[in-house]
Design a protein around this ligand. Structure first.
Ligand SMILES: Nc1ncnc2c1ncn2[C@@H]1O[C@H](COP(=O)(O)OP(=O)(O)O)[C@@H](O)[C@H]1O
Ligand SMILES: [Mg+2]
Length: 387
């Protein structure tokens, strides 16, 4: 029986599939804990690949590169949920990987994910598989417009979603996903009238130990997360309900590692599950400064089957603001001097080499005695940065 994946004597190397900002923050936590880090990504100069000599920059589709990465790693986790589960199975034959290929098969396809939650008795919006435009039209007629058409796979930051308001916009969305160049499997989901979007980070290890973080509010504009407010300003009972649903959703996929669970608080006061991310999540960046144990440290503890650290907040409130690319061009800000004059804030820059409009280039976390104070500090600090 596996007790702990940390070896005695020699330092352990944590392999990370993916080299973006989540891998960078995982690597920072890993170094602090005395681990080495290996990174595999399909290009050089990735935010996390830049941090280690064990930088495998030809990607996991390249078998030789993958083998060398596996050889260099003692235990493997991922920051990228789009990896083919067959590749995870290939890795599993030689190393422990968390989350497992079985978990990833349940998560990667949004339709299978929702069906899994529904079978576990968890509350989800109405949804159907879409095999034809006729089916989509009849979903609109029976369920009502607007509704959301979602690509079942490879969606992020809203790129795989289209809200359709009538027959015309449905046909438009359908042809965007089905044309001469692409044919993406789709699903339809009722449009949820929500008052807030909520998220909860859950860490769970092989022994079934778990830590559930406080429920936060995430603020999305055009389907991209802009702000996270911790804890969410909701009643105690909704806080408990969201945490319970989040934990059960992770258990329903036998998730080991760290998971970000996205939910809606509806205008009727219900909590509905949106989706689960099988990795550290943008809604949990605040945990680095505002919780006893960050989501990144607990991810490492969970995949190494070590005791988990407390998820409790160590400050009354925190707010995280994403620094989104404002131009297509250089990835570094022009001037951070004014920003660094602000107090009770922490600046994180991901060191991405190129910026795109809306791309996550960094974030700021502020803490305060109340949500209002933390939000004010985070917003004014983020306005003080010039790109
Ligand atoms: N059924 C829905 N009703 C209303 N808004 C939705 C619905 N599904 C998604 N959204 C909005 O779009 C955002 C992104 O959708 P999501 O399904 O989480 O895709 P992604 O994988 O791109 O994060 C959500 O955070 C929410 O703001
Ligand atoms: Mg989402």
């Amino acid at each position: 029986m596996l007790k702990s994946n940390i070896k005695k004597g020699s330092p352990l190397t944590l392999g990370i599939l993916g080299g973006g900002q989540l891998a960078k923050m995982l690597a920072s936590a890993a170094y602090r804990m005395g681990l080495n880090v290996a990174v595999i990504e399909n290009h050089s100069f990735s935010p996390a690949g830049d941090m280690t000599k064990l930088d495998f920059s030809h990607g996991w589709e390249n078998l030789q590169e993958l083998d060398a990465f596996i050889e260099a790693s003692d235990i493997i986790t991922l920051e990228n949920e789009f990896i083919d589960p067959n590749i995870l199975e290939y890795i599993e034959a030689r190393r422990t990987v968390y989350p497992s290929s079985a978990t990833m098969r349940l998560v990667q396809d949004k339709l299978i994910q929702k069906q899994t939650f529904q079978s576990a008795g968890l509350p989800v919006p109405n949804f159907v598989q879409l095999d034809s435009l006729e089916q989509a039209l009849s979903f609109g007629e029976s369920n009502g417009f607007p509704f959301v058409v979602k690509a079942r796979k490879y969606g992020y930051d809203g790129y795989g979603n289209a809200t359709v308001f009538d027959k015309e916009s449905l046909i438009e969305a359908w042809t965007r996903f089905h044309n001469d160049k692409v044919s993406r499997p789709l699903m339809a989901e009722s449009f949820v009238d929500f008052t807030k979007e909520l998220a909860v980070i859950v860490a769970r290890n092989y022994n079934g130990h778990k830590e559930v973080y406080p429920c936060v509010e995430t603020v999305q504009y055009r389907h991209i997360c802009h702000e996270v407010i911790a804890p969410a300003e909701i009643s105690e009972s909704i806080m408990k309900k969201a945490q319970q649903i989040a934990l059960q959703s992770v258990e329903s996929i036998d998730g080991i590692g760290v998971f970000g669970v996205e939910m809606f608080l509806t205008t009727d006061g219900d909590v509905l599950l949106n989706e689960i991310a099988p990795r550290p999540h943008n809604s949990g960046h605040y945990t680095i400064e505002a919780c006893q144990t960050s989501q990144f440290e607990n991810c490492i503890r969970a995949v190494c089957n070590l005791p988990l650290g407390s998820s409790k907040m160590i400050v009354p409130a925190a707010c995280m603001v994403n620094l989104l690319g404002q131009i297509d061009g250089e990835g570094t800000p022009e001037d951070v001097r004014e920003l660094l004059g602000h107090s009770n804030i922490w600046l994180h820059l991901y060191n991405k080499k190129k910026s795109r409009i809306g791309r996550k280039m960094g974030h700021i976390t502020a803490v305060g005695n109340s949500q209002t104070e933390a939000i004010g500090r985070a917003r004014s600090a983020s306005n003080a940065i010039s790109w």
